[in-house]
Design a protein around this ligand. Structure first.
Ligand code: SF4
Length: 214
């Protein structure tokens, strides 16, 4: 969980895909990078399997740029579109079961503080709206109420995208989708309001169309 653990072991260079070697050698590690540097280095492997043109893939790339210590960061994710790209970065990725990302991150962060008392290690949960506000709601709220010291990023595309288009708690009221043909009957959950009630330290809502704020 430092740049050394990502580097290709001597003798294995010729077996590793050139894209991975490029990612490790030219990624955002050990230096300051800015959103305006996008395109000059690699955040994730370009051949990730998310849909072409997906705004979420762009947001994930921006998030990778925004990580203050990528070589000392572990990302926890779960089922959903986002993990298809998150797992293509040269940053350790833990695939939690659906719903338990924030419980996994709680234990991981506490364990890292014990194992590395002199080195700050960041834990970031990055999962979709369904994984966090529906299926992972209990773990999400309790991690917030406990004031756990990690970051939670919800990739809110307002739908269960890769299972055909079911409504999630973050879907807008009235929205009609393939698997919700009568339209959503209730309001979008106020996730920001819930975060405020939980007294988390920092709350922000961002969109990839305004990358300079990411
Ligand atoms: S289905 Fe998933 S990967 Fe495809 S455009 Fe929607 S959010 Fe992106």
């Amino acid at each position: 969980m430092s740049l050394d653990t990502m580097k290709v072991s001597p003798g294995f260079e010729k077996y590793m895909p050139i894209e991975y070697q490029d990612l490790v050698n030219n990624g955002p590690f050990g230096r300051q990078v800015k959103v305006t540097d996008m395109g000059k280095f690699k955040e994730i492997i370009e051949e990730h399997p998310m849909c072409a043109g997906c705004a979420m893939a762009l947001f994930i790339r921006l998030t990778m740029i925004g990580l203050p210590n990528p070589e000392h960061t572990i990302i926890v994710g779960t089922a959903g579109c986002g993990r298809l790209a998150i797992s293509q970065a040269a940053i350790p990725f833990i695939y939690g079961n659906y719903g338990d990302t924030n419980a996994v991150a709680s234990g991981l962060k506490r364990g890292l503080e014990i194992r590395f008392p002199n080195q700050k290690k960041d834990v970031v949960v990055m999962a979709g709206d369904g994984g966090l506000i529906d299926i992972g709601f209990q773990q999400l709220m309790h991690a917030w109420f406990r004031q756990e010291k990690f970051t939670t990023i919800m990739l809110d595309n307002e739908v269960y995208g890769n299972t055909g288009g079911q409504e999630s708690g973050m879907t807008m009221k009235g929205k009609i989708m393939k698997m919700a043909p009568r339209g959503k009957q209730v309001d979008k959950i106020d996730a920001i309001g819930l975060a405020k009630v939980s007294k988390v330290d920092y709350i922000a809502r961002l969109t990839p169309t305004n990358p300079s704020r990411v």
